[in-house]
Design a protein around this ligand. Structure first.
Ligand code: AHG
Ligand code: MN
Ligand code: MN
Length: 364
């Protein structure tokens, strides 16, 4: 098959770099290393139970629990190792942070250190691994504080606590029927499809735009009794469909793999909610700020969509800890703005719920 008219990821990055004549090339090299890690994980995931690394360990990693209190799957652990090993040696990173590592990851002393911080969820949606549903890797790139770059010192938690708007780049790889890499370097969102023959990510989606309007929403409805009133109102109105306040019918989707939901929304619009709720008051949401919410929010905003906590734009949030959780709503702009409006408006105590009436938060 000829290479045809399509650009590779490398060609795309070189073109982007031409916008910055002084750029050293480190950033491009970092993104290519991230892409290499994603290709390695894609291959491991694709072997499923045939892969030696998984089959000899069974379904769980052997009882390891990460800092989130979640049991790690073997593929969580393997994907994390792939990300750290591939990205530590090139001299582009000052340090890394991962869902699977409690503390900031230090670049080993014998290796050069660079000017970027790489943050990642090495395998998102890993609860779906055993049922062969799409999973992915999410990553975020920040510039390290200047004194880290100048001194080459070890990174600390505080170095990573930068609002999402400071991201230099963000993206994810999706391990679905095809492996795709969706990327923003701050100049829109582009999508690449892995050509398994060439082992190259080829530019297949040059101008990704989230439709501003949608009739599709995604939320884990089993949490409905814990939702706050604005969320309950929004979902109830969607469920009321044509006969309710929205005057149109909605579809619902829930994959329980945020990276797959984000991809659907980038491709055809929709809204995703994993809002703050009252299920566990010690946690301020389900998703993690630095390596789940921020990179997905960056992609959404770069593609003309919107991302919010419900109360403020996601990218404005000042993080307070490395593994902080947060409520997140993202997708088609008009729907996210509507949900934000509902959070500003006083609770409508007389609101009639079509489906959850008996259990509604608006009633006692
Ligand atoms: P991870 O697999 O990295 O722990 O993340 C899973 C996340 C996200 O992908 C998904 O949207 C959500 O958790 C699923 O939550 P529920 O368990 O409530 O369905
Ligand atoms: Mn995740
Ligand atoms: Mn994960």
């Amino acid at each position: 098959m000829p290479l045809s008219h399509r650009s590779t990821l490398t060609q795309y990055l070189i073109e982007q770099r031409r916008r910055f004549p002084g750029a050293s090339g480190d950033f491009n090299a970092l993104i290519l290393d991230v892409a290499l890690a994603c290709k390695a994980i894609a291959r491991t995931v694709a072997f499923g139970d045939l892969g030696s690394a998984v089959s000899w360990q069974g379904g769980e990693s052997g009882g390891n629990v990460n800092v989130q209190g979640e049991t790690q799957k073997p593929l969580d652990v393997i994907s994390n190792q792939v990300f750290t090993r591939i990205n530590e040696w090139g001299g582009y990173c000052a340090g890394m942070a991962s869902e699977e590592i409690d503390e900031p990851y230090q670049i080993p002393a014998q290796l050069p250190r660079g000017k970027y911080l790489l943050l990642f969820d090495p395998l998102d949606g890993s609860s779906n691994i055993d049922v062969n549903v799409s999973v992915g890797s999410i990553f975020s790139v920040l510039r390290a504080p200047q004194d880290v770059i100048d001194s080459g010192r070890d990174v600390t938690e505080a170095d990573f606590l930068q609002p999402g708007m400071c991201q230099v780049a963000a993206g994810y790889a999706l391990y679905g029927p095809t492996t795709m890499l969706m990327l923003s370097v701050g100049n829109g969102v582009v999508g690449f499809t892995l050509d398994p023959n060439l082992g190259e990510f080829m530019l297949t989606h040059p101008h990704v735009q989230v439709p501003v309007d949608t009739q599709e929403f995604a939320i884990n409805a089993s949490n409905s009794r814990f939702w706050e009133p604005p969320v309950k109102r929004y979902v109830d109105e969607c469920l009321a469909g044509r006969t309710g306040a929205r005057c149109k019918d909605f579809n619902m989707r829930w994959i329980a793999s945020m990276v797959a939901e984000a991809h659907r929304i980038l491709m055809r619009g929709g809204v995703f909610l994993y809002p703050r709720d009252t299920k566990d008051l010690t946690k301020h949401g389900r998703l993690r700020v630095l390596y789940e919410a921020n990179p997905i929010a960056f992609l959404m905003e770069q593609a003309g969509g919107r991302a919010s906590t419900g109360r403020e734009p996601m990218l404005d949030v000042q993080p307070t800890s490395l593994h902080q959780r947060i409520g997140l709503v993202f997708g088609s702009k008009q729907e996210v703005e509507r949900i934000e409006r509902y959070h500003c408006e006083p609770a409508k105590l007389d609101f009639e719920s079509p489906l959850f009436a008996e259990r509604s938060l608006f009633r006692n």
